[in-house]
Design a binder for this molecule. Structure first.
Ligand code: PXG
Length: 289
């Protein structure tokens, strides 16, 4: 496996960053998780744009422009001769002092890993995932914007631990007001009376790229979609529920807090969205080779 690190490629064993890197010391950095299918990178431009927005929001200067980072992502996949897989693109504040002052970190660190991804088992796409509400609340806008895809995932990690401890596949996170925000690594949607609903970004959701694709597919299929504030009541009483994310793609959720959602089986609208999403991943994207 070849890893991109600050402009060079290294074997996995030799791809190392400093223990003084503030990405490690303070979670000071940003990242993207990107998928590629059949030799094409899905929604690459959107991922690069979000990375640069995340960096800008935390005053982190990426030492290359968007075109150079895009080229580095493509080259990393080529170096590993992959057709299908997953890219982790990370920019940290870089090595600095012991002390959180980012001004003492002269240069950001950029690394890119291109690898295979372990999907949720096929069974979960057919039968659906179970979700549990977490006591850990989504980080409020006033502390750190949930729009920033930062290296500070401890909030989500704690929620994921809760979900696992209760035997669920994913954890539902509420915001400080008790409205539904998102899951620990996915956006959440419901279907009610044939229309699709998802919480607004202002409720504490990441502006997911897969989420955006669902909006496009809904428009194409003529299905109404909107973003009202949502509570758990809306999910408990929904006809269907599904989660979206680069890693998860579109996956049905059939239980929340052990309660059946709809009839407890993946629903027809979710099925149509998954089918169209798969078509898009197979036929669109930035060519790698
Ligand atoms: N919310 C959060 C908190 C996320 O981290 C999403 C929503 C979905 O966004 P996209 O743009 O991917 O549709 C994410 C993305 C992982 C993993 O390793 C997690 C994500 C992406 C890739 C891998 O669990 N989360």
């Amino acid at each position: 496996m070849k890893i991109y690190l600050d402009g060079q490629f290294y074997d996995k064993e030799n791809a190392k960053i400093s223990v003084f890197d503030h990405g490690l010391l303070y979670g000071d950095g940003v990242f993207e998780g990107i998928r590629f299918y059949h030799g094409r990178v899905f929604r690459l431009e959107e991922h690069i744009a979000r990375l640069f927005d995340s960096a800008k929001a935390i005053c982190l200067k990426i030492p290359q422009d968007k075109a150079a980072v895009t080229a580095a992502v493509l080259e990393t996949i080529r170096q590993n001769a992959l057709q299908d897989g997953y890219v982790r693109l990370v920019v940290t504040r870089g090595p600095g002092d012991l002390g959180l002052n980012p001004a003492l970190c002269p240069k950001a660190t950029v690394f890119i890993i291109a690898s295979k991804i372990t999907l949720y088992p096929d069974e979960m796409y057919r039968n659906g995932l179970t979700v549990a509400t977490c006591a850990t609340r989504r980080i409020p806008h006033g502390a750190l914007s949930p729009m920033v895809k930062s290296l500070n995932y401890l909030n989500n990690v704690l929620a994921k631990i809760e979900a696992q401890q209760s035997g669920a596949g994913e954890g539902l996170m509420l915001n400080e007001q008790g409205y539904v925000a998102e899951c620990t690594g996915d956006n959440v949607f419901i279907v009610k009376n044939g229309a699709i609903f998802t919480p607004p970004i202002s409720s504490g959701a990441l502006a997911g790229i897969t989420r955006e694709v669902v909006f496009e597919i809904a428009a194409e299929l003529g299905i109404a979609i909107s973003e009202p504030e949502m509570t758990r009541y809306d999910i408990y009483t929904a006809d269907e529920c599904f989660l979206t994310g680069t890693a998860a793609e579109i996956i049905p959720a059939v239980r929340l807090d052990s309660r059946e959602i709809g009839d407890g089986k993946p629903g027809p609208v979710t099925g149509r969205l998954i089918a169209r999403f798969r078509q898009l991943t197979e036929t669109t994207g930035t060519a790698i080779y």
